[in-house]
Design a protein around this ligand. Structure first.
Ligand code: C5P
Length: 227
């Protein structure tokens, strides 16, 4: 067994992917399985932390020995994370949160009407929960950790995009993972770069999602204030 370096610490972790309702039976979603967030919850638990998992539509079982709050949409996730974060030493936003949600959600199913054009769906922006947590600092000395799934593009590599995001979001640590070509999502293994708030790489890890989780927590521990 490893170190109990999170004994007595309260750790909030969001995991999974939000589903933004379109109507009572449909949603806009993403391919996050929740595996990396669940691996973090297990790792933090095994290192002695009191873990609260805010679980958005997980495709894997939630671990034993942690408190679980299930949520569906980004707005629900925000409420649950903020409530739990008020007491937390560490908040890790591992969930894939939808940037946008349908503006209105009808009470009944959207129907196909013969001869009519397809419906137009208007989206509105969701709050950036990570940026809010980093800004508001619900508890003094709280360590806020974000994730960035990047594919890179023709001009800019994954790491450079992550560095810009680290500075923009204001989190203490940003975990950048390369999801180009379908990597990471739903997979057992992962490769990440852990950046500090200036965008400097402070750790890198490849391996199982549990290995990556422990490497991320190794980067969190030195940021915790003693006591
Ligand atoms: O900007 P981007 O979506 O790539 O940032 C990803 C990080 O921000 C993740 O930690 C995710 O949980 C968080 N996020 C959030 N609220 C949003 C969108 C993303 O907290 N609306």
């Amino acid at each position: 067994s490893g170190p109990l370096d999170l004994a007595g610490r309260r750790v909030v972790i969001s995991a999974g992917g939000t589903q933004e309702p379109l109507d009572p039976v449909r949603f806009l979603g993403n391919r996050s399985s929740g595996r990396q967030g669940v691996a973090l919850a297990e790792a933090a638990r095994d290192r002695g932390a009191d873990v609260h998992l805010v679980a958005a539509n997980l495709l894997v079982p939630a671990p034993h020995g942690v408190t679980v709050t299930p949520v569906g949409s980004a707005l629900e996730l925000r409420d649950a994370v903020r409530a739990a974060a008020a007491e937390a030493d560490v908040v890790v936003m591992a969930a894939a949160v939808a940037d946008f949600r349908p503006q209105t959600v009808p009470d009944s199913k959207i129907k196909k009407v013969a001869g009519s054009p397809p419906p137009t769906i208007t989206l509105v922006e969701n709050p950036d929960i990570l940026a809010e947590l980093a800004q508001d600092r619900l508890r003094a000395d709280q360590v806020v950790v974000g994730f960035a799934a990047e594919t890179g593009d023709a001009e800019t590599g994954v790491l450079a995009l992550g560095q810009a995001k680290a500075r923009r979001k204001g989190a203490d640590l940003l975990v950048v993972n390369d999801v180009s070509g379908g990597r990471a999502f739903g997979a057992a293994d992962n490769t990440v770069h852990v950046l500090d708030r200036n965008g400097t790489v402070c750790a890198e890890a490849t391996g199982t999602k549990r290995d990556v989780a422990d490497a991320i927590l190794d980067a969190v521990v030195p940021l915790l204030v003693h006591g």
